[in-house]
Design a protein around this ligand. Structure first.
Ligand code: ATR
Length: 331
């Protein structure tokens, strides 16, 4: 099944329907390997040309660079795109990881609209929950943006079930975005119990485990300190080999299904339910097309059980984030 033929998936409590596989744009701002802006824009055009019309960015990616890049690429193609961006991820600057103050929400949205060069953002997420600001206050400000027509639907990223319940009582939440892959899935599965109950879509970032599901493990073994993944425990010391052994254990099933390991990992994710939308990131057009090709793979119950037996929950080696950041997620 090509992406054009794959049934689109509903972003809960909104009129948005999106292809089950979108594009996570973070890596187009040099967060992992480095590429030029021309290459980055070419990836976005290739995405749209191949039906990958759900684009995910954030003001934090490249400190505004990513939104500007996306904005330039979609300048003449705005109506083809479902556009998601995020605010409020400070990444530890000044010892803070999040800012959810209402004034900051409003100012951040104005700045994102300007960088993106659009009149409205389809899906606006709080990127990280601010433990110092009641979620009702943050979501209250986000709801004002909806009323003003600047934003169409609201989301939260890396929020815990307790926070999601409170947020949703303030204004309908359309989507939760969190890390979700075969390797890191325990918190996502816990969260999905609630999001499915509330009719909220689940947008899975790092669906390839930040690249661990790959046919080219050599590239990962060679990443250096210019690649932010070097700071992630999953790539450090003996963890990387353990994690690669897990991902490569899928090779025989992938061969049987006539696909590659990355496609199998995405197909597994999409088979978890119609509420799941995956947004793999890539800096290569060939990988973008390969990822979209995951939609043609259908997995039986037996296939899924076999995959999950090889990579059970909790099998990954290394925390999801560096120790200094682990307290800023799932809040
Ligand atoms: P994130 O959400 O953080 O971007 P991800 O989607 O799990 O993480 O993985 C992104 C990584 O997977 C990127 O390093 C990307 O490498 P390229 O830029 O070289 O493509 C890698 N990746 C994406 N699609 C891939 C594919 N089909 N095969 C191999 N690696 C792939």
């Amino acid at each position: 099944m090509s992406i054009q033929l794959a049934p689109p998936r509903q972003i809960g409590h909104s009129t948005m329907v999106v292809p089950p596989i979108g594009l996570g744009c973070m890596s187009l701002s040099g967060v992992y390997n480095k590429i030029s802006d021309e290459q980055g824009e070419a990836i976005i055009h290739a995405a749209l040309d191949n039906g990958v019309t759900f684009l995910d960015t954030a003001d934090a990616y490249g400190a505004g660079h990513n939104e500007e890049l996306v904005g330039r690429a979609i300048k003449h193609r705005r109506n083809e795109v479902s556009l998601a961006t995020k605010f409020g991820n400070l990444g530890g600057r000044g010892g803070k990881f999040a800012d959810g103050r209402p004034d900051f929400v409003i100012a951040s949205c104005e700045a994102s609209l300007k960088r993106l060069g659009v009149e409205v953002i389809d899906l606006y997420y709080q990127h990280r929950v601010d433990p110092e600001v009641p979620i009702e206050d943050t979501v209250g400000a986000m709801a004002m943006l909806v009323q003003q027509g600047k934003v169409r639907a609201l989301g939260l990223s890396e929020a815990s079930p307790a926070t999601i319940r409170r947020a949703h009582a303030t204004h309908p939440i359309a989507a939760i975005q969190s890390e979700y892959s075969l390797l890191y899935r325990e918190q996502a599965e816990e969260t999905r119990k609630l999001t499915r109950e509330l009719g909220i879509a689940f947008v899975a970032y790092s669906p390839l485990g930040r690249g661990l599901f790959t046919a080219a493990p050599e590239r990962l073994r060679q990443i250096d300190a210019t690649d932010s993944r070097k700071r992630h425990p999953r790539f450090q010391d003996e963890n990387i080999e353990r994690n690669l052994a897990l991902s490569q254990s899928l090779a025989a099933i992938a061969e049987r299904k006539r696909c590659c390991v990355s496609q199998l990992a995405l197909a597994w994710l999409l088979a978890q339910g119609d509420d799941v939308i995956a947004i793999p990131g890539t800096t290569r057009i060939a990988n973008l097309i390969e990822n979209a090709g995951a939609l043609r793979i259908s997995l039986s119950k037996e296939d899924i059980a076999e995959i999950e037996a090889l990579i059970p929950p909790g099998a990954a080696s290394g925390l999801r984030y560096p120790a200094a950041q682990i307290g800023s997620i799932y809040i």
